[in-house]
Design a protein around this ligand. Structure first.
Ligand code: GLA
Length: 735
C-alpha cells in the first residue's frame, strides 16, 4: 500500500501509515474537503461521509449558483480561509494592500515526493532514509491575490505519524500581510471527544487536564514568546472512554518554541474543528511578491490503543526521527549540578570538592550552573558578559575544567544566551540591543531583559563568546537556560510595519543560535531549560536530547510533572535529579530512595552538596547509580507504560519500562503513604509476552508474563510517606 495516493477519478487523497488513514477530496469549485483521519478503513474512500444539506444562515460560494447545499460554513475543510462564508475558527487570514482581508483557498495542483520536506530555519521531523517518509505538497491558491498556500504533509508509515506544515508563497504582484497562518486545521464530524492538555506554572509544569469538548471554542495558548510553563503545545483529542489501554486517541504536537495557539471549536451542528500554529497575537508577517513564509510543523499521531499507545508512538517517533543528538539512545553521563548545592556562593575549591565527591561516588560529570561569569553574585547582574569571573574561579575556568577532567569526569556549563542584565558590560555598551518599546518603560523579570536576538549581530556576539569558551575550555555539556518570558516586544532594527514579526523572528533567532551550537560541537551534550520546563516542546528536542523538566525537584510533585510530560515526550528527554531534603522548593521531605526512583524516570543526576552527605547516604547513592545504570537502556530505548496516574483515587503511582524485545522490565513508583491495617494492592503489568517467564531479580521468584499482566503483582506494604517501589524482571525461559 502506498503511503500517499491520489485517485484521479474521485480526486481523493489517501495518506496511509501502518495503522491509520487520512483522506481528503478535491470537490466542487476545487474546494479541498477533509474526509477522515483515524483507524484503517481498508481500501475504501469515505467521501460518502459528506452529506449535503441546505443549512439556514449558512452562505454559499458564488460559483455554487442556486445550490444552497454547498456551504463552507458546515463542510469540513482541509485548511480554511477567511471572509468567505465560513464563520468557524479559520486557519489563515491576511491583509491585502487595499485593506481587504478575504482569502478563498482553492486546489491548484499537488506533488508527491519521496522523503520528508524540510522547513527553513525551523525544527521538523526528518527521514534518515528516503523510504522512511513520503511528502505530499498540495497547492491551494487565492485567485484574487495570487497567494499560494502549500499544504505540506510528511507521512511516516512505520511510525504512525503524519506531519503537517504550511508554506505560503506570494505569487501575486502586491504585498500581502499574513495575520494568521496556522500550521494545520482538522475537522471532525462530531463532538464525542475529550480534550486533554497540559497546563501549569513555574515549578509545576504540565499538569494533565481532561475535559469533554463543548460548544464554542476551547483553547490553549502562549503569548509569552516561549511555549511556556502555563500551557504546553501538545494536545490530545480522544474518545470519552479512552483509557491508557484502549480507545481512539489523536495527538497534535507543535514543533515550535514560541507563541502558539491550539483552538478547538464545536460548531452549530456538533462538528469539531481543531487548528494549531503560531499565535496570531502580535503577529503579522509581510510578504513581498515572490517571498515565502513557512509555518512550524505539527506532528500528528493516531492510536486505537489508548493514551498509552499514543504516547509510545510519540516516544518512538521523537527518538528516531526528531531528536538529532547522537546521545538520543546512548547512555548519558550521570551528573551532579551545583545549583541547589551552592546557588551563587562558590569558589573553585568548593566546586572541586563537590567534583571529587562525584568521582568517589561513581558519577560521570560535574555541571557548573549559574554564577561563573561576569559580575554575577546574585541574579541582579552579569547576564550578557560571558567572560569568566576570576574572583570566584581563581586561575580561570579552564583551570577548573582541567582539574575536573583530571579526575576523569566530564565538565558541563550553564549559559543563558538570550538575556542581558542592566548591570552588565554588554548592556552598558549596547543599550539598544534589547527588546524595548520606544518611549515606554520596560517590564523586568528576574531583573533581566530579552536581548534582541532578531538581530544577527546580537546573536553572533553572544554565540562567539559562548562558543569560544566551549572550545577553549573543552566543555562537554551545555545547559541553555531562558529565565524570563519575552516582553517589551519591539526591535529597533525593524521598520514600523515589521514589528509584528518580532516574536517569530525571536524564535528563529533562538533556533539559529542552537543550530550553530550543535553543528559546531556535534559531540556536545546539550540540555535545554527555561526556568525548568518552560520551553519543553518538540521544537527544542530537535536541538537537544534532554530538557530540565522543572525547577521543582520535590519527588512527590515530580510525580505529576513527569506523568504529564510523559504523554507527549520520551522519558529519556526529562532532566530529573535527586536533590536535598527538606526540598528547597516545597519544604517537604521524601525518602532518599524515593527521590532516586523518581529521578530514574528521566536523565538521572544529583543536585545537592555531595560533600554534606553521610557515609550511609553515599552508600545508598552508589547503589542508586548502579540500579539506574541497570534500567537505563529501558529508560532510553524501551516502551513506557503508565500503570496508574496521580489523578486516580489510589495510594500509589506506578509506571513500567519494557525493553523492545520484551526480555526485561522495570516496575517503578511511589506508595504515597503508609496504611494502617493495609490493603493488598495488586497491580497489573503491561507489555510483556504472556507465555514468557520472568524472574524478579530481587526475590528470585519466577512468574509467567500472563500472570503478571492478568493476576497482578502485590505492591510492597509501605510504612511512612512516599515509599519507593522498584521491581526488575528478566525473561528466563531460555527463548
Ligand atoms: C533556572 C534553572 C535552574 C538554575 C537557575 C540558575 O531557574 O531552571 O535550574 O539553572 O535558573 O539561575
Amino acid at each position: 500500500m502506498k503511503a500517499i495516493s491520489f485517485d484521479e477519478k474521485t480526486r481523493v487523497f489517501s495518506l496511509r501509515t501502518n495503522n491509520s488513514v487520512y483522506q481528503m477530496q478535491v470537490r466542487d469549485y476545487n474546494t479541498l474537503i477533509h474526509l477522515y483521519y483515524g483507524a484503517d478503513v481498508g481500501d475504501c474512500e469515505v467521501d460518502y461521509r459528506i452529506v449535503m444539506l441546505d443549512r439556514g444562515f449558512s452562505g454559499n460560494p458564488y460559483e455554487a449558483g442556486d445550490d444552497r447545499t454547498f456551504s463552507l460554513d458546515v463542510l469540513p475543510q482541509e485548511y480554511s480561509g477567511y471572509g468567505n462564508g465560513d464563520y468557524r475558527i479559520n486557519a489563515m487570514e491576511c491583509e491585502h494592500e487595499d485593506g481587504s482581508d478575504a482569502i478563498a483557498l482553492r486546489y491548484l495542483r499537488h506533488e508527491i515526493k519521496p522523503g520528508k520536506y524540510a522547513l527553513e530555519g525551523l525544527p521538523a521531523m526528518f527521514a534518515r532514509e528516503a523510504d522512511e517518509a513520503t511528502t505530499l505538497d498540495i497547492t491551494l491558491a487565492d485567485a484574487a491575490s495570487g497567494l499560494q498556500v502549500h499544504l505540506l504533509y510528511g507521512v511516516f508509515p512505520k511510525l504512525d505519524v503524519i506531519t503537517r506544515a504550511v508554506r505560503v508563497l506570494n505569487a501575486g504582484e502586491k504585498v500581502v500581510k499574513i495575520k494568521r497562518a496556522m500550521s494545520m486545521a482538522m475537522d471532525f464530524p462530531n463532538m464525542h471527544m475529550d480534550m486533554i492538555h497540559f497546563y501549569g506554572r513555574h515549578a509545576m509544569e504540565r499538569q494533565m487536564e481532561r475535559m469533554p469538548l463543548h460548544h464554542g471554542v476551547a483553547l490553549v495558548e502562549s503569548k509569552r514568546g516561549t511555549s511556556s510553563h502555563q500551557h504546553n503545545p501538545f494536545v490530545i483529542l480522544c474518545d470519552h472512554n479512552a483509557s491508557e489501554r484502549s480507545g481512539s486517541c489523536y495527538g497534535f504536537a507543535l514543533a515550535y518554541s514560541g507563541n502558539f495557539r491550539c483552538e478547538v471549536e464545536v460548531d452549530q451542528i456538533d462538528q469539531t474543528r481543531l487548528v494549531m500554529g503560531i499565535h496570531p497575537y502580535h503577529f503579522t508577517f509581510g510578504l513581498r511578491p515572490g517571498e515565502t513564509f513557512e509555518t512550524p510543523e505539527v506532528i500528528m499521531a493516531y492510536s486505537e490503543h489508548g493514551l498509552g499507545g499514543l504516547s509510545r508512538l510519540y516516544h518512538d517517533a521523537y527518538r528516531s526521527n526528531l531528536i538529532r543528538s547522537r546521545y538520543v539512545t546512548s547512555p548519558r553521563p550521570i551528573l551532579v549540578n551545583n545549583w541547589e548545592a551552592t546557588y551563587f556562593q562558590f569558589d573553585d575549591e568548593k566546586l572541586f570538592s563537590i567534583a571529587k565527591e562525584a568521582k568517589d561516588l561513581g558519577l560521570d560529570m560535574f555541571v557548573l550552573d549559574d554564577g561563573w561569569f561576569g559580575k554575577r553574585d546574585t541574579d541582579c547582574s552579569g547576564l550578557g558578559d560571558w567572560t569568566v569571573n576570576e574572583q570566584k574561579l581563581s586561575g580561570g575556568l579552564k583551570r577548573l575544567v582541567d582539574r575536573v577532567h583530571g579526575l576523569g569526569l566530564k565538565f558541563g556549563l550553564w549559559v543563558e544566551p538570550e538575556m542581558v542584565s542592566e548591570d552588565s558590560e554588554l548592556y552598558r555598551q549596547h543599550p539598544d540591543w534589547v527588546l524595548r518599546v520606544p518611549g515606554r518603560l520596560m517590564s523586568r523579570s528576574r531583573y533581566q531583559l530579552n536581548l534582541d536576538i532578531t538581530r544577527k549581530e546580537v546573536r553572533d556576539h553572544v554565540m562567539d563568546q559562548i562558543c569560544g569558551i566551549i572550545e577553549e575550555c573543552g566543555i562537554d555539556y551545555i545547559k541553555w537556560d531562558m529565565n524570563r518570558s519575552v516582553d517589551n516586544v519591539y526591535s529597533a532594527a525593524l521598520s514600523a510595519d515589521r514589528q509584528g514579526e518580532v516574536f517569530h523572528r525571536y524564535v528563529l533567532g533562538v533556533y539559529e543560535m542552537m543550530e550553530r551550537l550543535v553543528t559546531q560541537f556535534p559531540n556536545l551534550l546539550f540540555e535545554n531549560c527555561s526556568g525548568g520546563g518552560g520551553r519543553f516542546d518538540a521544537g527544542m528536542l530537535y536541538y537537544s536530547p534532554q530538557i530540565w523538566c522543572s525547577d521543582n525537584t520535590d519527588a512527590r510533585d515530580r510525580l505529576t510533572i513527569q506523568y504529564g510530560t510523559s504523554f507527549g515526550y520520551p522519558i529519556s528527554t526529562m532532566g530529573a535529579h535527586v536533590s536535598a531534603c527538606p526540598n528547597h522548593q516545597t519544604g517537604c521531605t521524601t525518602p532518599f530512595e524515593t527521590r532516586a526512583v523518581v529521578a530514574s524516570a528521566g536523565t538521572f543526576g544529583f543536585e545537592l552538596d555531595l560533600t554534606r552527605m553521610t557515609a550511609e547516604e553515599k552508600a545508598q547513592a552508589r547503589e542508586q547509580i548502579r540500579r539506574y545504570r541497570e534500567i537505563e537502556p529501558l529508560v532510553l530505548c524501551g516502551d513506557y507504560y503508565r500503570l496508574t496516574g496521580p489523578y486516580e483515587k489510589k495510594n500509589y503511582i506506578v509506571w513500567q519500562f519494557v525493553s523492545k524485545d520484551k526480555r526485561e522490565t522495570a516496575v517503578c513508583g511511589v506508595m504515597l503513604h503508609g496504611e494502617a491495617n493495609p490493603h493488598i494492592h495488586l497491580i497489573d503489568l503491561d507489555g510483556l509476552l504472556p507465555q514468557a517467564r520472568y524472574q524478579d531479580l530481587d526475590s528470585g521468584r519466577v512468574y509467567s508474563g500472563a500472570a503478571l499482566m492478568k493476576a497482578g503483582l502485590p505492591l510492597p506494604i509501605a510504612r511512612g510517606d512516599c515509599q519507593p517501589i522498584l521491581f526488575r524482571f528478566k525473561r528466563v525461559d531460555g527463548e
